[in-house]
Design a protein around this ligand. Structure first.
Ligand SMILES: Nc1nc2c(ncn2[C@@H]2O[C@H](COP(=O)(O)OP(=O)(O)O)[C@@H](O)[C@H]2O)c(=O)[nH]1
Ligand SMILES: [Mg+2]
Length: 146
């Protein structure tokens, strides 16, 4: 069976590219700012501007058709969410919430979870750290990547 493909969306700097690399078994080492849609065999990484600016929503919906699942990334160190309420319900795919940077001293996992639960996800919410690896295996399982 072909490995399902995942699209990652979330704010600028929320950790999408780092998460994609770690899920793909590459190190979390320095990543450059994502300027365009970046396709790999099993993931589609998106620039944060795409969710921060509603004029790009159509591009996100269209691109999601090429994915099997969409991960909504919430930076657990941030006290705000860039996603409109119910946003996940606009995608006709599996929708998963991931709270990132849970290793960080300023991270608040419960706050990240509560932001993600407002999105109308049809799948679970997981807290992860790309640096320590916490939660990464759980995300791979949810994606049927193992
Ligand atoms: N502490 C911590 N920092 C992270 C983690 N994941 C990413 N970062 C940092 O967050 C910043 C933005 O990451 P990046 O993957 O470029 O975010 P993107 O803009 O959503 O693609 C970088 O400085 C990363 O090193 C994590 O799990 N823990
Ligand atoms: Mg990026």
């Amino acid at each position: 069976m072909k490995k399902p493909r995942v699209m990652l969306i979330g704010a600028v700097g929320s950790g999408k590219t780092t998460l994609a690399k770690v899920l793909n078994n590459e190190g979390p080492d320095k990543v450059r700012k994502t300027q365009a849609l970046e396709y790999s065999a099993c993931s589609i990484d998106t620039p944060g501007e795409f969710v921060e600016n509603p004029s790009y929503y159509r591009a996100l919906f269209a691109t999601s058709l090429e994915a099997d699942a969409v991960i909504f990334v919430q930076d657990a160190t941030r006290d705000r969410s860039v996603f409109p309420p119910g946003f996940a319900a606009a995608f006709s795919k599996r929708t998963i919430g991931v709270g990132t940077k849970i290793d960080h001293p300023q991270a608040d996992g419960e706050r990240a979870k509560s932001f993600l639960k407002r999105l109308g996800l049809n799948g679970p919410v997981v807290l992860v750290s790309a640096f320590t690896g916490e939660g990464i295996e759980e995300v791979r399982k949810i994606l049927n990547w193992d």
